[in-house]
Design a protein around this ligand. Structure first.
Ligand code: B4P
Length: 184
């Protein structure tokens, strides 16, 4: 059974690789970015609140995110495993997730950290052309990543759960590196 967490800066390829591994291991891919974008598109109460943070490149506040993940992890399909992509992004989200998993008697097998230099990230995201992918917003998201999300890497390293993988390779090479370190 695979329960995997993907960490890495914006544009590192978390979404790309998480989708591939979800297909390979036949487990759900839970992307908080995708869940938020759907909520924005459908203009749900959460979507209305999240939109301005996302457009600015800011993190959506923890209370909204915790609720979203809590509900998704209650769905039936997660019993066979899951890949969390884009969550946790703050130490308080990581600590919440630990408590939640303990409560439902689950444990994540592996925290995967994709490492990619900032300049590669900027050019990848400019090429992707999503609504929040203009250069100013991208630079802001990278700053927030280094400030708020990088400590999450230390959090999992201290708990001996972290595996770092070079994300600065072709998509196929990254997938191949990931499958070598994951033992489902
Ligand atoms: P996300 O949707 O998580 O997006 P991301 O981090 O920007 O991208 P990702 O790393 O998944 O890169 P991708 O595979 O697309 O977050 C969006 C926003 O939602 C955040 O800014 C925030 O506001 C909010 N949010 C989400 N989760 C949150 C949370 N937990 N708390 C608070 N706020 C939250 O790859 C990028 C591009 O590179 C693609 O075009 C891809 O084709 C290309 N690419 C990928 N791998 C490549 C490779 N190996 N070589 C060349 N190109 C590659």
């Amino acid at each position: 059974m695979s329960r995997l967490i993907f960490l890495g800066p914006p544009g590192a390829g978390k979404g790309t690789q998480a989708m591939r591994l979800a297909n390979l291991y036949e487990i759900p891919h839970i992307s908080t970015g995708d869940l938020l974008r759907t909520a924005v598109q459908e203009q749900t109460p959460l979507g209305k609140k999240a939109q301005e943070y996302m457009d600015q490149g800011d993190l959506v506040p923890d209370d909204l995110m915790l609720d979203l993940v809590l509900h998704r992890l209650e769905d039936d399909d997660v019993a066979k495993g899951w890949i969390l992509d884009g969550f946790p992004r703050t130490v308080s989200q990581a600590s919440f997730l630990d408590h939640l998993l303990a409560e439902i008697h689950q444990r994540c097998n592996c925290v995967l950290n994709l490492e990619v230099p900032d300049e590669t990230l900027v050019s990848r995201m400019l090429g992707r052309g999503r609504k929040d992918d203009n250069e100013q917003t991208i630079r802001h998201r990278l700053e927030i990543y280094h400030h708020e999300t990088a400590p999450v890497i230390d959090y999992y390293r201290e708990r001996n759960q972290l595996v770092s993988v070079n994300g600065n390779l072709s998509m196929d090479e990254v997938t191949s590196e990931l499958t070598k370190v994951i033992h489902p």
